[in-house]
Write a protein that binds this ligand. Structure first.
Ligand SMILES: Nc1nc2c(ncn2[C@@H]2O[C@H](COP(=O)(O)OP(=O)(O)OP(=O)(O)O)[C@@H](O)[C@H]2O)c(=O)[nH]1
Ligand SMILES: [Mg+2]
Length: 393
């Protein structure tokens, strides 16, 4: 090293050589360059190190881009669009026909039928101007929740989707398929077709746990109250308000304290209903599982037998309705999908908080009503196909 650069810069250079990360290398090299006395004799050293610095920065940028695109391209990071339905099947019964269902609904997977699906396939099914994103997942393997067979990625999508569709081959052992899927989902803390427990636990600053029973059927019960307090305390919570708004079991209290548990809606989509003995199997399946699954659909893609109002059926099952917003007398082309019994307030908040904060009144147009056009307030309950115009102050 040139002696023209002085001891401080030399020390900085040594630190640069010792740097272990790319960020540190950049920092140390910049430090070193700034410490080199700038005159004719050091000109070349400065130039050399500046180009060295530029090279390292280019490498860093390349790495950043690589990571970014790698993330964006991960086939499991699916950008949700519309109402998301995830088709799942069971690994030991390959070829149940889930890709065929995806292709039937969306036309997106013709070349993929009959080929083992190892990565998610996606298509958009549109019904009545509502978009449904259909995600055909690779079959779930045993131990999916521990990560086997991309289990963690598949389950993460399942946890955030709107509807899980169990794809079950009627020509093979349906019990084995359904029970397997139920077990894997249960192991992954995904609860199927049960409402979340009617309990709300709110941490507070007060120095105690208070339990309130909010509804008539949640009768005040001293023994239950004490047990609930105990369970909440065991979970490390010392100060909280616990609101119970319905019948509750202690197991549900435990569940409510676990943030990993999700509550999902699921249906069974039976496939290959054209094959021998499947009619019989379909009846048996319904008999056994209709208690847990209020929607079980029998299909045959080969015969083209599939509900032609599938979108409507799904919307009803999810207890959703569509409403249209209107601005300056123009009705939006695309509907807004909201929960049944939604109020004007919910819609205002959904569109933008300011609509709620500055709310003055709303105009609701309902084709089926006696009075077609109504001026309403925040508490007004909306119905399917209502048109709503929000007015602010
Ligand atoms: N008989 C009959 N065969 C079907 C039906 N639907 C799909 N198949 C056939 O079943 C085979 C598997 O279909 P896929 O749609 O690829 O099944 P998959 O569930 O996507 O299979 P994997 O991705 O391997 O899990 C293909 O040969 C399809 O033609 C149906 O309704 N009836
Ligand atoms: Mg497939």
């Amino acid at each position: 090293m040139s002696s023209n650069i002085g001891p401080e810069a030399q020390a900085a250079y040594k630190k640069y050589l010792d740097a272990s990360s790319i960020d540190e290398k950049i920092k140390r090299l910049e430090e070193y360059i700034s410490l080199i006395p700038k005159h004719k004799a050091t000109e070349k050293i400065v130039a050399l190190n500046r180009s060295r610095l530029a090279k390292i920065k280019r490498e860093k940028e390349k790495e950043r881009q690589r990571l970014k695109s790698g993330r964006a391209l991960s086939p499991f990071s699916i950008k949700k669009e519309g109402i998301q339905l995830v088709l799942i099947s069971e690994y030991h019964t390959p070829g149940v026909g889930s890709t065929s269902v995806l292709n039937y609904l969306t036309g997106a997977a013709k070349q993929k039928i009959g080929k083992f699906t190892s990565l998610p396939e996606i298509g958009i099914y549109e019904y009545d101007k509502i978009r449904y994103q259909i995600v055909d997942m690779p079959a779930l393997m045993e131990g999916a929740s521990t990560g086997i067979g991309n289990g963690k990625e598949i389950l993460s999508q399942i946890r955030s989707c709107d509807l899980i569709c169990f794809c079950i081959d009627l020509s093979r052992d349906f019990k084995q398929q359904i029970n397997f899927l139920l077990k894997e989902l249960s192991d992954a803390d995904v609860r199927i077709n049960i409402p979340p427990p009617p309990i709300d636990i709110h941490k507070t600053a007060s120095n105690k746990i208070q339990v309130f029973f909010l509804t008539k059927d949640a009768k005040i019960n001293i023994e239950l109250t004490e047990k609930i307090k105990e369970i909440v305390q065991e979970n490390g919570i010392r100060n909280a308000i616990v609101k119970i708004s319905g019948h509750i079991t202690l197991n549900q209290v435990v569940d409510a304290l676990s943030s990993s548990i999700v509550y999902k809606r699921a249906i069974i989509l039976c496939t290959k209903g054209d094959l021998p003995h499947t009619e019989d199997a379909f009846e048996k399946l319904k008999h056994i599982y209709s208690k847990n699954f209020s929607l079980i659909i029998g299909t045959s893609i080969i015969k083209g037998s599939f509900p032609n109002d599938f979108g409507k059926i799904i919307l009803q099952f999810l207890k959703k309705i569509k409403i249209y917003t209107m601005t300056a007398k123009r009705v939006a082309e695309k509907p807004l999908i909201v929960d049944q019994h939604v109020t004007v307030k919910d819609v205002a908040l959904k569109i933008h908080r300011s609509f709620y904060e500055l709310f003055d009144h709303a105009i609701v147009i309902r084709e089926e009503g006696r009075q077609k056009r109504k001026k309403v307030g925040l508490d007004y309950e909306l119905k399917n196909k209502d048109i709503i115009e929000l007015h602010t102050t």
